[in-house]
Design a protein around this ligand. Structure first.
Ligand code: ATP
Ligand code: MG
Length: 138
């Protein structure tokens, strides 16, 4: 069993895609172990994406991520990190495999509907950023 952090980003929430994302998670045997809606401040978004602080897109990304509410979730399942990233598709929706969330719904390399942790270490940091141990069931 492995856990990963999922976010329905502000574009996904604004466009009414929370249910669509959750439906795909449940259909693919990724159990939701924690879930809440948040609206990050700019500095909370900067802390979350600190690994990208030297990237040219950092300012725009953190502005976008703090522009509206997000749904943050902890997902649990066998090989959850890799399986959820497969469901998301490539960062650039133009390169994402057909049938993935980003191929089906993203409109922009930045506004790509969902986030998912990329490794066990980042998953641990990201889950701890939003949830304490009492908020994660299972
Ligand atoms: P995420 O971390 O959101 O799950 P990812 O791991 O596929 O996505 P990262 O390389 O970690 O991609 O980039 C984080 C986010 O920054 C991307 O999801 C996207 O919103 C934005 N981003 C990445 N590359 C670019 C870029 N070249 N231009 C603009 N925004 C970008
Ligand atoms: Mg990433």
């Amino acid at each position: 069993m492995e856990r990963t952090l999922s976010i329905v980003k502000p574009d996904g929430v604004a466009r009414g895609l929370i249910g669509e994302v959750v439906k795909r998670l449940e259909a693919n045997d990724l159990k939701i172990a924690a879930m809440k809606m948040i609206h990050m401040t700019r500095s909370q978004a900067e802390g979350f994406y600190a690994v990208h602080k030297e990237r040219p897109f950092f300012g725009s990304l953190t502005e976008f991520m703090s522009s509206g509410p997000c749904v943050v979730m902890v997902l649990e399942g066998e090989n959850a990190i890799a399986r959820y990233r497969e469901l998301m598709g490539a960062t650039n929706y133009k390169e994402a495999d057909p049938g993935t969330i980003r191929a089906d719904f993203a409109t922009d390399i930045e506004k790509n509907v969902v986030h998912g942790s990329d490794a066990p270490e980042t998953a641990a940091f990201e889950m701890g950023y939003f949830f304490n141990s009492f908020e994660i069931v299972g």
